[in-house]
Ligand binder design. Structure first.
Ligand SMILES: Cc1cc2nc3c(=O)[nH]c(=O)nc-3n(C[C@H](O)[C@H](O)[C@H](O)COP(=O)(O)OP(=O)(O)OC[C@H]3O[C@@H](n4cnc5c(N)ncnc54)[C@H](O)[C@@H]3O)c2cc1C
Length: 408
């Protein structure tokens, strides 16, 4: 049975891995000319995604490429002294098993685990998917597939072709996000440093194996902004407007925007499709159910989604009529909880008022003073939804495997 996957970042290669392990014939088409290597940002793998990575035989490589972030140094506007937070304590409250890794490193690890078993076609994109399975491409010849999966991110091409324009399914959750590669002028290694104020925050982080650092900007304007997604000069201008007069190293980071080799700007948007499958086409990862970039743990959701989709297809003998509803049912609660968590996290990361900023500073200070075990216990009792990832129970599809773990 032939499956075409659009997108070779996280969800695409993870899905390719599990499908080939169940005996499917897999092709992955990626619009970029090669795997992305520059820019990118850190992502989180929580317990279920770590468990899946272990079953894939790639856990050692993930550990070897971790960012190693240990500490957050957070200044809040109006206070000279920062709050120091040990990341280990925060993460102990969220998950028992966690790794932070650059998205491009994770993508490379998943790609390496699949490249001998799946066909990868770079520098191409799907232009049409017909009801009988014929797929046409921008560059390559038309081909026939039994199933097509969109793993092509928040602004998915497959979703647009099959479900219609994005505006029908997306909701702005009140914030904008930008990431730029900048020189590591603070010498940050294993540490995030930043400033939070009312309606805006900026931070910078590095990792031992990164030659440069990443600057992160998040802000909440009163209403949606007017810009084109390809108009990078306008996006940089918007950042400069919204961060004018902001303290800490914000002026230096804004000055670096002119020379940055990699720049990302987007609204923090949540997808709200009730169903993400139609006929022989389905969606996985951000393409189908992005709870919001940087606020909803969407990388773990993408890895779990890929594992469940492949497992349900294997269990149904490749029949989408049975497999797709089972995939959506299995993942539905996780998706809904991630959406709710993301809306609340977006509000907390960028406080909307002086009182909310004060509460954030207090909460961070508290985490800084509590021992790790107590932080874990408090999060289990209190903040609802914080441990949403660890509460996921993975179904076992091992009976359908036709081959076992990957070579290291
Ligand atoms: C700034 C930022 C910060 C983030 N921080 C975090 C975090 O801290 N923790 C966390 O867990 N997650 C975070 N995320 C989210 C995380 O990056 C995504 O959830 C994860 O990458 C989803 O993987 P994916 O494979 O579904 O989609 P993506 O990683 O978006 O990959 C989509 C792939 O599809 C390809 N593609 C696009 N269009 C086409 C086309 N027409 N044809 C073929 N291929 C196409 C793209 O080139 C890309 O390779 C962050 C995201 C952003 C943007």
């Amino acid at each position: 049975m032939r499956v075409l996957i659009s997108g070779a970042s996280v969800a695409g290669p993870a899905l390719a891995y599990w499908l080939t392990r169940y005996g499917f014939d897999v092709t992955v088409v990626e619009r970029a000319p090669a795997l992305r290597k520059a820019g990118g940002h850190a992502v989180d793998l929580f317990r279920p995604a770590m468990d899946i990575a272990e079953r894939m035989g790639v856990l050692d490589r993930i550990h070897a490429m971790k960012t190693g972030t240990q500490r957050l140094t957070v200044y809040t506007e109006g206070h000279d002294r920062p709050v120091e937070v040990e990341l280990r304590k925060v993460m102990a409250g969220v998950s028992d098993r966690h790794a932070e890794i650059m998205r491009d490193d994770l993508s490379e690890i998943f790609h390496d685990a699949t490249r001998d078993d799946a066909e990868y076609v770079f520098d191409d994109s799907i232009t049409a998917i017909s009801g009988d399975g014929e797929v046409t491409f921008e560059r390559g010849p038309a081909r026939r597939f039994d199933l097509v999966v969109g793993a092509d991110g928040l602004h998915s091409n497959v979703r647009r072709l099959v479900f219609g324009p994005e505006s029908g399914f997306s909701a702005w959750i009140g914030a904008y996000l930008a990431v730029a590669s900048v020189p590591n002028f603070l010498g940050l290694d294993a540490r995030v440093e930043g400033l939070t104020g009312v309606g805006r925050m900026t931070a910078m982080y590095g990792a031992a194996h990164l030659p440069d650092a990443r600057a992160l900007f998040m802000f909440r304007p009163a209403r949606p902004l007017d810009y084109h997604y390809r108009d990078v000069p306008r996006q940089k201008e918007l950042l400069r407007e919204h961060f004018a007069g902001f303290g800490w190293h914000a002026p230096r980071l804004l000055a670096e925007l002119d020379a940055t080799p990699a720049f990302y700007f987007d609204s923090v948007t949540q997808l709200r499709l009730d169903s993400w499958s139609r006929g022989r086409v389905t969606l996985v990862g951000d393409a189908g159910y992005c709870p919001g970039p940087a606020v909803g743990g969407s990388t773990s959701l993408a890895v779990v989604g890929a594992y469940v989709l492949a497992g349900e297809l294997a269990a149904a003998g490749g029949d989408p009529v049975r497999a797709f509803p089972a995939y959506e049912a299995e993942l539905g609660a996780y998706v809904r909880r991630s959406r709710a968590f993301a809306v609340s996290a977006a509000g907390k990361l960028v406080p909307g008022s002086g009182a909310a900023l004060w509460a954030l500073r207090g909460a961070m200070g508290l985490v800084g003073r509590l021992p790790a075990g107590l932080t874990r216990a408090v999060s289990k009792l209190g903040a609802r939804g914080v441990r949403l990832h660890d509460e996921i129970v993975l179904k076992d599809y091992a009976a359908h495997e036709v081959r076992t773990a990957t070579r290291p």
